[in-house]
Design a protein around this ligand. Sequence first.
Ligand code: SAM
Length: 256
Amino acid sequence: MAREAAPEQGREPRLFLAVDLLGSRVTLDSPDAHYLGHVLRLRKGEQVTVFNGRGEERVATIERLDRQRAELILGAHRTALPEPTVEVTLVQSLVKNDAMDLIVQKATELGVRRICAVKTDHSVVRLDATRADRRLAHWRKIAQSACEQSGRHSPPTIDCYATLDECLATVPDDALKIALHPRATSADEALPRSVGKVCLLVGPEGGFSVADLAQIAAAHFATLRLGPRILRAETAAVAACTFAALRWGDFGTNHA
Ligand code: SAM
């Protein structure tokens, strides 16, 4: 089947479905059917772009829709928006729930490939195993919605770590490692012009402890200050992801 160019962003509703989209039709159960009818306000005969984060993106026509179920006929394949060539990982110290939700949403829109939530010494939010599973499911849903809204195809992977050491051990050796710190003395001119992988580490509301900073230095992170003001953790995370997209990612690319 011919592959169509994606329509102008924001013109066609999009729906993330974690299923194979290679066949000719797909059946949706209650939450997705409800979302189509009551959130997107679509009706029988209307179109929606469905995508699965695994490379398949199709135009679908609604054949049947009620509260419990929807039947979609899968049509033309769409070319998924390419991911930024720089792979950005955001390691975010656990912050309060609404701030964490905002960070996941904005980092997804900004093209971050991996988000790691980690408990650091001054994190006020505590996550036991059951709560961590619930939060992870919640954040993954936020990332999927951010992909629907922004035109991105693949949501970032999202994981949760109980300790900073455990988390930092997963950062690849070839990544440029940057810890955002309001009292850093290093200037951004010292950073390389081009990189393939970047890991950004942002502290919690109370900042990094002395012990956190020692672990960060031992893991070979450089520290970077974003201007002279103390930013909220969520502002710092969004600013750091924006900085990475401008400097190494696709913000400067001509997408016409
Ligand atoms: N009193 C804390 C301190 O001095 O570290 C403030 C923490 S700030 C509210 C939360 C996090 O945002 C920090 O740990 C840091 O990662 C990041 N951050 C805030 N302002 C920053 C700045 N100007 N430059 C770089 N990172 C910043």
